[in-house]
Design a protein around this ligand. Structure first.
Ligand code: CP
Ligand code: NVA
Length: 305
């Protein structure tokens, strides 16, 4: 394993190793034990979209691992003026030890890996958000124990977070039920691959348009914004389709009594989730945000160490 382009490429054993290492690094950090695994190494972080969590957690994570992180806004590097991915990959591979990239097209991330000679980490594309889901799995494990057999319900847009969640849960032998409006389904190829991943690892994938069906008996309920980055012009029409998919008290009551609430953030209270749920006692969204740091440190240690 050399890159983190998609969780579909990682085996269950690699994901388990990553979560175990993340938990260890988290514990060591809290105990004040230094772990300079990437001393002297540099991560380049290319951003073509905004970020709070991804940017800060990668930069702080790299620092805690003894290395450096370089923030590269695509507007400020020649990539934004039309330099090719091919040349960018070749050149950056001569300076850096790894690249984290947040951009629009998944193909650009794949090409960076294809043409470069250093590990590439997908920090979100229109299609996928694998780093987020490693942090989510760590959070579920911390709050609900062993992942195998647990049910996660994702209610909302069939987007990048939903896609990586499908792969991640399927690979870990969990049940993942995704409820989207019929007009905003998950990508067909992702669903097909996740079903195969589930079959191979003892998991289960349920795709529905009924939020109640997804939420019933879930150990965790997950949602994300209805308007992803780059979709701002679709806001009015999307909000109309999505209003029956809000995570509120009524929907949450269908889950297990001890269920947790997850959201990758940024959240829009009163839209995809009500205040009483996201700010309520069963919400673990800030643990989830913190776990971005620990999970990504494990990813960097595994790929760049
Ligand atoms: N969840 C997440 O990726 O947040 P940012 O967009 O702030 O990085
Ligand atoms: N689906 C959201 C996730 C943000 C972290 C987006 O792509 O904007």
């Amino acid at each position: 394993m050399k890159h983190l382009l998609s969780l579909h490429d990682w085996s269950k054993a690699e994901m388990t190793e990553c979560l175990t290492l993340a938990a260890r690094l988290k514990k060591e950090l809290k105990e004040g034990v230094a772990h300079p695994i990437l001393k002297g190494k540099t991560l380049g972080m290319i951003f073509s979209k905004s970020s709070t969590r991804t940017r800060v957690s990668f930069e702080v994570g790299m620092y805690q691992l003894g290395g450096n992180a370089l923030f590269l806004s695509s507007n400020d590097i020649q990539l934004g003026r039309g330099e090719s991915i091919y040349d960018t990959a070749k050149v950056l591979s001569r300076f850096l030890d790894g690249i984290m990239i947040r951009t629009f097209r998944q193909e650009d991330v794949n090409d960076l890996a294809k043409y470069g000679s250093i590990p590439i980490i997908n920090g979100l594309t229109d299609l996928l958000h694998p780093c987020q889901i490693l942090a989510d799995l760590l959070t579920i494990q911390e709050h609900r124990g062993d992942l195998a057999g647990k049910k996660v319900a994702y209610v909302g847009d069939g987007n990048n977070v939903a896609h990586s969640l499908l792969y991640g849960c399927a690979k870990m032998g969990m049940e993942i039920a995704v409820a989207t409006p019929p007009e905003y389904p998950c990508d067909e190829t992702v669903v097909r691959q996740a079903m195969a991943d589930a079959e191979a690892n003892g998991g289960k994938v349920v795709i529905t348009n009924d939020p109640a069906e997804a939420a019933k008996g879930a150990d965790a309920i997950y949602t994300d914004t209805w308007i992803s980055m780059g979709q701002e012009d679709q806001k009015a029409e999307k909000v109309k389709s999505f209003s029956p998919y809000q995570v509120n008290k009524e929907l949450f009551s269908l889950a297990k009594p001890e269920a947790i609430f997850l959201h990758c953030l940024p959240a829009y209270r009163g839209m995809e989730v009500t205040e009483e749920i996201i700010d309520g006692p069963q919400s673990v969204v800030f643990d989830e945000a913190e776990n971005r740091l620990h999970a990504q440190k494990a990813v960097m240690a595994m790929l760049m160490g």
